[in-house]
Design a protein around this ligand. Structure first.
Ligand SMILES: *Cc1c(COP(=O)(O)O)cnc(C)c1O
Length: 407
């Protein structure tokens, strides 16, 4: 039987244990949802206060220069670049993941006039499929949503572009980035990787894997705050060919010349659209700074240890849950998912006990394993509470089935 003492011993020797103090986590919560909304970095609090009171309140419009607001998309992009193996000028922060998918997918597909379709995965995160469908309609293309095993062989000369999410948001199953990218590039088809559940979760080296295009999320493993801006990655040698479908003034070569005619800025600056959300950008920067300092290899090793620990504990104490995330670490991200037909009320009961994970329809309990602020004791306590909820049948109380579905 696994014991709480054993978990405490593992925490005591954890090389990452010091990082938790950089986050403002409530004492009465076990937070297993950092893959959906990362917690508040203490540094973000201080930075937001400075951004509001001094930068906005006192320095006013001068801050665009004196506090380098104007350089935030490139500056923070450069820091994210280091997390994905890219060069500083290969990443820019802008808009949301959804908007960035639209810009990048349309920019790439429109360059292939003889193409007939876009490929994405059936069961991908909904926004990816919805945005791809909208882009396809505008471009007169078909959107093929295929099952995972059918994707590689479907890539053809007349494929306009491919959009794939690297780590699946429900199951955590990870694509072989190098292998699938090679298949796409072998047929000269541009492939966009959605890194929403990958950046800050698993080690990434996009140039090594041949990846040329990606988008990613700021508020999940990067702890950038609710609705944090997202990012776009484009390999240097592909940037000058990009024509964004959203030609905004911030992507103009000379935004402050106020010209009638649009001329794209050089490099990735052309993917900017309108004025960036500076307060959100600065909150994101605090989160990114933490990830930039932490050792990604150590994070990934602990993620694997937490995963194995939780999988073992669940098999021992909550065998009625079926794990659907891959046991092979190379094939997954940093969350662990279990199927149970009553996952919805069970998750609500967990939340009532301070164990915050999430439910993904129709039957998945999804738990984020975020090594910078979670320890083995958290996992032990979380599973202990879940086991209590199952044994007592507490999850069957009517209020847990009735609770409003907010997320
Ligand atoms: C979280 C997530 C998004 C988020 O898109 P937003 O535009 O930021 O709401 C997109 N795609 C995937 C795969 C995600 O996991």
């Amino acid at each position: 039987m696994s014991s709480l003492e054993e978990a405490k011993v593992r925490d005591a020797t954890d090389p990452l244990k010091g990082w938790r103090q950089h986050f403002d986590l409530p004492d009465d919560v076990i937070y297993l949802d950092g893959n959906s909304l990362g917690p508040l970095p203490k540094k973000a609090k201080a930075l937001m206060q400075d951004a509001v009171e001094r930068q906005w309140g006192h320095d006013l419009i001068r801050s665009w220069n004196s506090n380098d607001w104007i350089g935030a998309p490139q500056r923070i992009g450069g820091k994210i670049a280091a997390l994905i193996g890219a060069a500083k000028d290969e990443v820019i922060v802008a808009d949301s993941v959804s908007v960035n998918i639209f810009k990048l997918l349309t920019a790439l597909a429109r360059e292939r006039p003889d193409a007939t379709h876009i490929i994405s995965e059936a069961g991908n995160f909904p926004t990816d499929a919805h945005v791809a469908a909208g882009a396809a309609e505008i471009l007169g293309l078909e959107l093929k949503l295929l099952s995972r095993d059918a994707i590689v062989e479907a890539i053809a000369e007349d494929t306009a572009a491919i959009l794939l999410t690297h780590v699946h948001y429900k199951t955590g199953i990870r694509f072989d980035m190098a292998g699938v990218t090679a298949a796409a590039r072998g047929r000269d088809v541009p492939l966009i990787w959605d890194l929403s559940h990958s950046t800050g979760a698993v080690p990434l080296d996009l140039p090594r894997d041949g990846a040329q295009y990606a988008v990613g999320c700021g508020y999940k493993y990067l702890n950038g705050g609710p609705g944090a801006p997202a990012f776009i990655y484009v390999a240097k040698d592909q940037q000058e060919a990009l024509r964004s479908p959203l030609q905004g003034w911030m992507g103009h070569k000379r935004p402050f010349a106020f010209e009638d005619a649009y001329e794209p800025a050089s490099g990735l600056d052309r993917m900017l659209v309108g004025t960036p959300s500076i307060l959100s950008m600065l909150a994101l920067e605090a989160g990114v700074d933490i990830m930039a300092e932490a050792d990604m290899q150590a994070i990934w090793e602990k993620s694997q240890a937490l995963f194995d620990y939780m999988a073992g504990l669940m098999a021992e104490r909550c065998p009625q849950f079926q794990m659907v995330s891959p046991t092979d670490a190379a094939e997954r991200g940093s969350h662990i998912s279990f199927v149970h037909e009553h996952a919805w009320p069970i998750n609500n009961a967990l939340i009532a006990h301070g164990v915050i994970g999430d439910f993904r329809a129709p039957d998945i309990l999804r738990l984020g394993l975020t090594p910078l602020y979670l320890g083995f004791e958290d996992i032990w306590r979380g599973v202990d509470i879940l086991s209590g909820i199952m044994d007592s049948g507490e999850w069957q109380k009517p209020q847990y089935s009735a609770a409003a579905k907010v997320t």
